[in-house]
Design a protein around this ligand. Structure first.
Ligand code: ARG
Length: 467
């Protein structure tokens, strides 16, 4: 990797008489990872060259040589013909040195009115902006998959849990729509981050701005930024745009992790609510019956590193004096890994959902286990008998205790047993004790009734189509 010949010190080391220690080269070089920025570095330099020519700082001939030279370098990199050099530290110096090799003198004019400090901040913003757009598309695909599944299961009854104890029956569609809501907010967070990120650092130079008559609005526009960043010191020193991306990505990863955990639970023989396709599970070399939900486990596990990347960059930035310090070179690897991990997890979830077999009979049977309609019994006492809810709750609790003792369901208690619990209880209550009836009655806004779920699906589809 280390190039013979040219090193970074040939580009900036006029006042240096010796080369770096080999260890310095190892700790200092970012090229092993920041070569990922090549495309953004090249478009950034091309915008800069166009601007320099537009304001008369370089000639049109030099500009054209630079533009063509950079295009050729991009083609070389993409064809695997570019030899990256650790002696040239980073992607910026690698590209610039190669440009000068190709086009001579004009290449040496490109770095006018610019520093690697504003250059790297620009490249990295462009890269994170693309990562946000990729994540948004992947999120939209997962939302679509969830909506399709929720539609099929708008009426499928399953147990809803609190404390992982059977609580009240819900519809599977409603449960899935909870994740749709989380992912909608994840998209919103990414969109917010993108809006704040979308200002251009280029022209801040090292930290103070430049004495050349540059046109920062032009470079900002060329690169699709809304405007130049207002303060040159801020432009080269903050990485809050990367933090916001990492935070949004980590929150999304936590959402995916919770969903993955539910897939793991639901696919156990004990729950048996779903079966994951062979394509996303693995067998065991010793236990022939096993179907392990590896992909779901990995989505669950990878949330750990996503959270770690956010923490790592927060710690790098805390206490760092303005403006640029080399610590900031530590900003990239975590973001690159977070983006790759997030996109992989989102795609894996779509893949898993595509193979999901839902055992609706098993879900329905489980929905009634654990006296999950005890609240319906209490609500009936309030609605039909005019009880206060606190009293109704006590009566329902006694009914549950008796049914537990008898080992039967609430609906199996005899008229005499019901009357023995409280004279206001009679067999008329049985009509609210079925799980279908229970979910159908939850018609409050945002509730689990199938009609409400279908409304929520329609609203989410409309929103998805408009974004
Ligand atoms: N590779 C460096 C980074 O990622 C580029 C900026 C270098 N600036 C400097 N003043 N040495 O941060």
């Amino acid at each position: 990797m280390s190039g013979g010949g040219k090193g970074a010190r040939d580009l900036w080391g006029g006042h240096y008489s010796s080369g770096p220690a080999p260890l310095m080269e190892r700790i200092n070089a970012s090229i092993p990872f920041d070569k990922l920025l090549y495309a953004h570095d090249i478009v950034g330099s091309q915008a800069h060259a166009r601007m320099l020519a537009a304001v008369g700082i370089i000639s049109a001939t030099d500009r054209d040589a630079i533009l063509v030279g950079l295009d050729a370098i991009r083609a070389d990199i993409e064809a695997g013909r570019f030899e990256f050099s650790t002696a040239l530290e980073d992607i910026h110096l690698n590209v610039e040195a190669r440009l000068t090799e190709r086009i001579g003198e004009a290449g040496r004019r490109l770095h006018t009115a610019r520093s690697r400090n504003d250059q790297v901040a620009t490249d990295f913003r462009l890269w994170v902006r693309d990562a946000i757009d990729r994540a948004d598309r992947a999120l939209a695909a997962l939302v679509t998959a969830l909506l399709d599944l929720a539609e099929v299961h708008a009426e499928t009854v399953m147990p809803g849990f609190t404390h992982l104890q059977a609580a009240q029956p819900v519809t599977f569609g409603h449960h899935l729509m909870a994740y749709v809501e989380m992912l909608r907010r994840d998209r919103g967070r990414l969109a917010d981050a993108r809006r704040r990120l979308n200002e251009c650092p280029l022209g801040a130079a090292a930290l103070a701005g430049t004495s050349f008559p540059i046109d920062r609005t032009m470079t900002a526009r060329e690169l699709g930024f809304a405007r130049p960043m207002a303060n040159s010191i801020d432009a080269v020193s903050d990485r809050d745009f990367a933090l916001e991306y990492l935070a949004a990505a980590a929150i999304c990863a936590v959402h995916l992790s919770r969903f993955a955990e539910e897939l793991v639970l639901w696919s156990t023989p004990q729950f048996g609510f779903v079966r994951l396709g062979e394509a996303f599970t693995s067998g065991s070399s010793i236990m022939p019956q096993k179907r392990n939900p590896d992909a779901a486990e990995l989505v669950r596990g990878k949330a750990g590193r996503m959270i770690g990347h956010l923490m790592a960059l927060l710690v790098v930035l805390k206490g760092l004096p303005l403006a640029y310090s080399k610590d900031l070179q530590e900003d990239k690897e975590g973001v690159f890994d977070a983006a790759a991990t997030l996109e992989l997890c989102l795609e894996a979830m779509v893949g898993m959902l595509g193979t999901l077999q839902v055992d609706t009979a098993r879900m329905r049977a489980a929905a009634g286990v654990g006296y999950t309609t005890a609240t319906d019994l209490a609500d009936w006492l309030v609605r039909v008998r005019g009880c206060a809810f606190r009293d109704a709750h006590g009566i329902a609790a006694r009914a549950v205790r008796l049914a537990e003792q008898r080992g039967c369901g609430l609906e199996d208690l005899t008229p005499a047993e019901l009357a023995g619990i409280d004279p206001r209880l009679d067999p008329g209550v049985r009509e609210v004790l079925g799980v279908e009836r229970s979910v159908a009655s939850r018609t409050s806004l945002g509730g689990t009734a199938p009609d409400r779920v279908r409304e929520a699906i329609a609203a989410a589809r409309a929103e998805l189509a408009s974004t």
